[in-house]
Design a binder for this molecule. Sequence first.
Ligand code: AMP
Length: 586
Amino acid sequence: MLEKVQGFNGDRVIEEFEALTKEAERVQRETLQKILEENGAAEYLQNLGLGGKTDPDSFKACVPLVTHKDLEPYIQRIADGEALPILTGKPIKSISLSSGTTQGKPKLVPFNEELEQSTMEIFRTSFAFRNRAHPIGNGKALQFIYSSKQFKTKGGLLATTATTNVYLSQTFKNTMKDIHSQCCSPEEVIFSLDYNQSLYCHLLCGLICSEEVQFVFSTFAHSIVHAFRTFEQVWEDLCCDIREGVLSSRITIPSIRSAVSRLLRPNPQLADTIYNKCVNLSSWYGVIPELWPNAKYVYGIMTGSMEPYLSKLRHYAANLPLMSADYGSSEGWIGANIDPEEPPESATFTVLPNIGYFEFIPLKEIGHEQKVENCASIIGHREPEPIGLTEVNDGEEYEVIITTFAGLYRYRLGDVVKIAGFHNSTPKLQFVHRRNLILTVNIDKNTEKDLQLAVEEASKLLAVEKVEVLDFTSHVDMSTDPGHYVIFWELSSNAREEVLSNCCDCLDRAFIDPGYVGSRKVRAIGPLELRIVNRGTFHKILEHYVALGAAMSQFKTPRCVGLSNCSVLQILNSSVLKSIFSNAFD
Ligand code: AMP
């Protein structure tokens, strides 16, 4: 039976969602009309000759497909404080910084009230379905969420990451209260700018209210894994703080010290319980249910570039269900996970047809030639016309185009999705990969997903040795002739030379793209190189991005580091412990 959480009626949310998705085509048409009417006065739309027309055909005929680069000058003018309606009818009051892990620097995108509303709608929708499957009781959530730097643009607009823009809003706080997802930690912890101190306090506050915690959350799963890797290091200090009722001296920010100290009082009994549970765990297996016995699930985005963290997450969560969260971006939300029981590997996102206007460029990615074509198309070659939300075909792959209430029109998000059936008449999307993350030397093309599969395959050889790949990335080294792929691995402990050499061969063989295999055979691509980096290297990369203004909450390890991302490349190259070349094609 569906639990009625106060102020939130899950049945009604589901009913409304069902009604919207049954008439996805009509809802899309009306949504486009609304977006164009609300923003008709914007200079960008005025210049495109729509002449007040709001139907999909006129929209497609007049409005070009764009990338972030095309809109950058408009967004910059908004950030600089031009008061005219540039991209939206109503003025934009804040700017979001996307995580920027793909390009190496954060991108600016408009944020407004409508975006905030659609975020809440996604949260409420997926919560309604999640709560039907695993009802939570009165309580709190152990959330590893972090705000990021906030600053004013030249024109006085607030600029920060999208997650921070959301955390700052009153609507968010009310929604979290309604769906019993309030964070255990006080606001000072979320809004501190030192995420190491925030993380310690999130863990501490979570332990203090361990009986109340109903679920464990972070926006992207990486933050949960990072949190528990840190827990393995600091658990004794946490026990000590709880025993004495005195906050560790490592917390130096006065506002966090006083907010967290208010929650702490000496509790030797709780400290003993935590201590005994921790010492009895084997390699931290099941630490989450052990310490938070009333937690019903672990929740966060676990798809796409988060998949490599799943096995570690499963290790910490033991038999607690992992539920993959929704699909969206700083630019706008797309779909909610309404099948929370599905394992994260097969999670789908059902598009909400009323939060934006969605189009899809068919990729029909089957063979290598098509793949090369797809990659070429991003740099200007002809490609198929985008089709509407309800016109997509089951099983096929598409690039996502969004039109939002926040001033983005026919915007290429850069993500590739696969249609995994329909819910009523709206499609369910499976995230495939970012379109522009590509390893290529000549005719070879390997995506983020190909890299992930190769690493998965090769790391099986390490598992036998009880060594884990903590994180990984890649680079194309064209300084050698011929160029070659470089894979960087950070390992949990040392592995034997012979094993690493086998891993390196396995990686080289695991890229089965015919362009790669053919080029390797004729030596048009050199042997793959595996570079093992020091422990802590990927942490340094994370810190580098956080220093640039990225949010810990939105952090995604870049899976391919180009020459233009020289700071990250430098961090990697200065941390190499050993380098191994493949013998796979000798
Ligand atoms: P950002 O706006 O910087 O947080 O990044 C947004 C990007 O994160 C999207 O364009 C996707 O590439 C990725 N992303 C967001 N949600 C998901 C999801 N549920 N599964 C996989 N990737 C996702």
